[in-house]
Design a protein around this ligand. Structure first.
Ligand SMILES: *[C@@H]1O[C@H](CO)[C@@H](O)[C@H](O)[C@H]1NC(C)=O
Ligand SMILES: *[C@@H]1O[C@H](CO)[C@@H](O)[C@H](O)[C@H]1NC(C)=O
Ligand SMILES: *[C@@H]1O[C@H](CO)[C@@H](O)[C@H](O)[C@H]1NC(C)=O
Ligand SMILES: *[C@@H]1O[C@H](CO)[C@@H](O)[C@H](O)[C@H]1NC(C)=O
Ligand SMILES: *[C@@H]1O[C@H](CO)[C@@H](O)[C@H](O)[C@H]1NC(C)=O
Ligand SMILES: *[C@@H]1O[C@H](CO)[C@@H](O)[C@H](O)[C@H]1NC(C)=O
Length: 459
């Protein structure tokens, strides 16, 4: 009895030399460093990329190391491409996990060993750091981090997109970032200009959206990799922010808004009158979205307007007239239909805000004392803006109160009961007469463009 206990203790103490293989009938896995987040565990048939140091259990001597080979080791798990002990010992591993896999000889190189490197009956110890895992069945994964509330347009194939990105490997090691170049990455989408995974991964994205796109190696740089930063068989992780999107087939987008309920009718007349007053078109506002080929094109302007940028103009026309034909402006004639009245050679005065699609304000006429002035067709503004300013509505010169009363008489509206008609009309007039000069449109239309103001029309 005493002898038996003694023998067992001795065995445990001196386990390798005298009692093999009893304690190592199977692979022993010590997961000594497991990352907190592990979205995926290694399974049979997965491809993995990992670093390892292989040592003998007996004396700790190193017999192999991926570091000595100069690159991480790539293999497929569970199909007999590795020794059985590794096929088993790598199961369930997470990227960035470190584990020690101890393998008895019958699950490694057995009683024969391998020529000169591993002696017979050797217990092997592998320290492993997992860098990547993927499977031929993988698809591009998209995780949206932020989606803007308003998304008038989602990126589609053949669109030109501009985006920022941070690119890392699955282990988190960065390989590239657009920020390192201080510029967005600009490209056509879905036409093979990007790696396949990104051509797919950016589809449907909104301007201002932020998403993570995970691309398996066979949809990225595959077995070759790229440069020193992207090793062979690397899964790529992009965090992308879409800055801008347009299509060469895009035309201008012009949103026209009537201003009747903003300036004239509000609170004073009923709906029918409001509709009748639409014909006035004073103070029309519109939004003009100009694709780059009708704005500043692929060059952009200095540091202010990036290359291939969509510009968004919010415009408020104060008035316009044609200096070649001042009589037209003075004609007392109600422009029932506002379309197509402003033409080439028209002198036009307007306020505007010009911003990028993400809302960044570039220019605003509010930065100046006076509104902007330009002449249509005189090549003073970019083609898109010129197109966008065409056909805006002019305010008419006419007796305001006569018009209002005329509308009421024609049954197109009623003045609010219980309030004196003159007061209502006076209020409406004051509302409309924004520079308080006692006139609507006419006084402003009589202003001549000042050369100093005209020079500002770089937009
Ligand atoms: C292998 O050994 C080297 C040198 O000691 C060490 O820097 C490296 O982290 C080890 N690799 C693994 C996977 O344990
Ligand atoms: C990016 O901008 C920063 C700060 O303005 C500057 O220090 C850096 O040199 C720029 N990098 C490139 C590649 O232009
Ligand atoms: C490697 O990346 C560069 C851009 O950094 C790209 O121009 C080149 O085509 C890529 N090479 C391969 C083989 O994909
Ligand atoms: C990229 O990384 C920088 C620095 O961490 C960060 O400021 C930026 O928002 C990131 N951009 C994207 C698109 O993830
Ligand atoms: C036009 O009206 C819509 C709805 O009232 C509004 O959301 C939009 O901002 C307006 N556009 C302009 C250019 O004022
Ligand atoms: C420009 O933006 C300012 C500040 O948001 C706003 O007050 C002004 O009405 C805008 N002008 C136009 C023409 O949309």
């Amino acid at each position: 009895m005493e002898l038996a206990v003694f023998t067992l203790v001795l065995c445990l103490h001196d386990v390798i030399v005298s009692c093999l293989p009893a304690p190592f009938v199977d692979v022993v896995v010590d997961r000594y460093d497991i990352p907190r987040v592990c979205p995926r565990e290694v399974e049979t048939e997965d491809f993995i990329r990992y670093h390892f140091n292989g040592t003998f259990h007996a004396d700790g001597k190193k017999f192999d190391s991926s570091h000595d080979r100069g690159k991480a080791f790539i293999s497929q798990v569970g199909l007999g491409r590795l020794i059985t002990g590794m096929d088993r010992g790598l199961q369930g591993m997470c990227v960035n996990e470190q584990r020690r896999i101890t393998i008895p000889p019958h699950l490694a190189y057995g009683s024969i060993g391998t020529g000169g490197v591993v002696p017979p009956d050797a217990v092997l110890v592998y320290d492993v750091l997992l860098l990547d895992v993927w499977n031929t069945a993988d698809e591009v994964q998209i995780r949206t981090l932020h989606k803007p509330a308003s998304c008038p347009r989602a990126a589609a194939a053949s669109d030109f997109v501009r985006y920022h990105y941070n690119g890392t490997l699955l282990s988190g090691a960065p390989f590239d970032s657009s920020y390192s170049r201080n510029a967005t990455y600009d490209t056509y989408l879905g036409q093979g200009d990007l790696i396949k995974g990104m051509d797919q991964g950016l589809l449907g994205m909104c301007v201002g959206e932020r998403r993570i796109v995970i691309v398996p190696p066979f949809l990225a740089y595959g077995e070759i990799g790229n440069g020193t930063r992207i090793p062979p068989q690397a899964t790529l992780v992009f965090e992308a922010l879409l800055v801008d999107v347009f299509n060469a087939k895009d035309d201008l987008i012009v949103e026209r808004n009537s201003t009747y309920n903003t300036y004239i009718g509000k609170g004073y007349v009923i709906r029918g009158m409001d509709q009748a007053l639409q014909g006035l078109c004073i103070g029309e506002k519109r939004r003009i979205v100009i694709p780059p080929h009708l704005a500043y094109g692929e060059a952009g302007v200095g540091e202010l307007i990036p290359a291939s940028t969509v510009l968004v103009f919010d415009i408020h026309v104060i008035d316009f007239h044609n200096p070649e034909d001042p009589v037209d402006v003075k004609v007392t004639h109600r422009p029932l239909d506002c379309g197509g009245t402003s033409e080439v050679d028209d002198w036009i005065r307007y306020r505007y805000n010009c911003s990028l699609m993400d809302g960044t304000l570039l220019y605003s006429s509010d930065h100046y004392d006076a509104p902007s002035i330009t002449t249509l067709g005189a090549d003073l503004v970019i083609p898109g803006l010129e197109k966008g300013l065409g056909g805006m509505c002019v305010g008419e010169k006419r007796e305001f109160s006569a018009f209002i009363m005329g509308q009421v008489e024609e049954g197109k509206g009623r003045l609010r009961p219980g309030v004196d008609a003159d007061t209502i009309i006076q209020d409406m007039f004051n509302n409309q007469d924004r520079n308080k000069d006692g006139k609507i449109v006419e006084s402003e239309a009589d202003d001549e463009p000042e050369p100093e103001a005209a020079r500002r029309d770089e937009l």
